[in-house]
Design a protein around this ligand. Structure first.
Ligand code: PHE
Ligand code: FE
Length: 295
């Protein structure tokens, strides 16, 4: 494995983080320790137990189709033929967070960057940056779904475009990613389910987002989401619910340029606010919320 060079620090959701010039690295599979494989196994088994009845049917069937198993950390080279055959996506290994434009370019070309290293045993419940479990278990299964696969590519292209427009446009677009790809809920015939990767890779939030009275659960509304601030250090105060991946794809199809222009003149919405016009599934009690710290 070539060692990546840290070249600059970029201000992101996680504060200043090093970003890397050498974006793609070989997954150094032989260097995983027994502890690494055990961490994978424990996280995998825990989520396999929590997710039935909570994660969307699309996520659960895609997870089964991917043939990931708890016994050892999967090899990207074994998963790639399955993913390529399903939707043309492939995984590439990375050291961690990438410069925004590099990340968007990967997505626009149906390459999903996966952090190769896994968290330590004392980080089972929380860590502040994405690791292998979040990226692989959380994000990759839905790339098997044709509609969601198209959404992620479209998002990548939209990101390249927003990057050329300016910082405010990127903020609006990042909120959309946060409240869909990372923390989205979906309405199924039998009730609300999870599809967001930040939720499916977390035991605590998998239960909290559906079963707690504290958070708001509100119907998807593109511009509303693009105005809404969010939490990076606690469970979300608000989750947005889509009816289907087709709805998400259709709603995000139009050119965002005029939307960015319009939103630039509006105030952002605090993470926990409920607005007139919201389609409210649950009005959160706000129990346990911190008053500051929305980003
Ligand atoms: N339609 C968006 C644009 O014109 C691109 C996009 C698609 C963004 C899907 C996010 C998700 O910028
Ligand atoms: Fe993520």
């Amino acid at each position: 494995m070539e060692s990546p060079k840290r070249v600059e620090h970029q201000l992101t959701d996680k504060g200043y983080v090093p970003v890397y010039t050498t974006s793609v690295v070989e997954q150094p599979w032989d260097t995983y320790t027994d502890t690494d494989h055990q961490v994978w196994a424990q996280l995998f088994e825990r989520q396999k137990a929590v997710l039935p009845g909570r994660a969307s049917d699309e996520f659960l069937s895609a997870l089964a189709a991917m043939e990931m198993t708890p016994d050892r950390i999967p090899k990207f080279d074994d998963l790639n033929p399955i993913l390529r055959a399903a939707t043309g996506w492939e995984l590439v290994g990375v050291e961690g967070l990438l410069p925004e434009l590099t990340f968007f370019d990967h997505l626009a070309n149906r390459r999903f960057p996966v952090t190769w290293w896994i968290r330590k045993p004392d980080q089972m419940d929380y860590l502040s940056e994405p690791d292998l479990f979040h990226d692989l278990f959380g994000h990759v299964p839905l790339l098997m779904n044709p509609v969601f696969a198209d959404y992620m590519e479209a998002y990548g292209r939209g990101g390249v475009k927003a990057h050329g427009i300016g910082e405010d446009a990127l903020v609006n677009l990042t909120r959309l990613y946060w409240y869909t790809v990372e923390f989205g809920l979906i309405r199924q015939k039998d009730g609300l389910r999870i599809y967001g990767s930040g939720i499916v890779s977390s035991k605590g939030e998998s239960i909290h987002c559906l079963e707690s009275d504290a958070p708001n659960r509100i119907g998807f509304d593109l511009e509303r989401i693009m105005r809404t601030r969010y939490r990076i250090d606690t469970y979300q105060k608000t989750y947005f619910v889509i009816d289907s991946f087709e709805q998400l794809m259709d709603a995000t199809g139009p050119d965002f340029a005029p939307i960015y222009e319009r939103l630039a003149r509006l105030e952002s919405v605090p993470a926990g606010d409920v607005l007139d016009g919201d389609r409210v599934y649950n009005r959160g009690t706000g129990e346990g919320w911190l008053n500051d710290g929305d980003v």
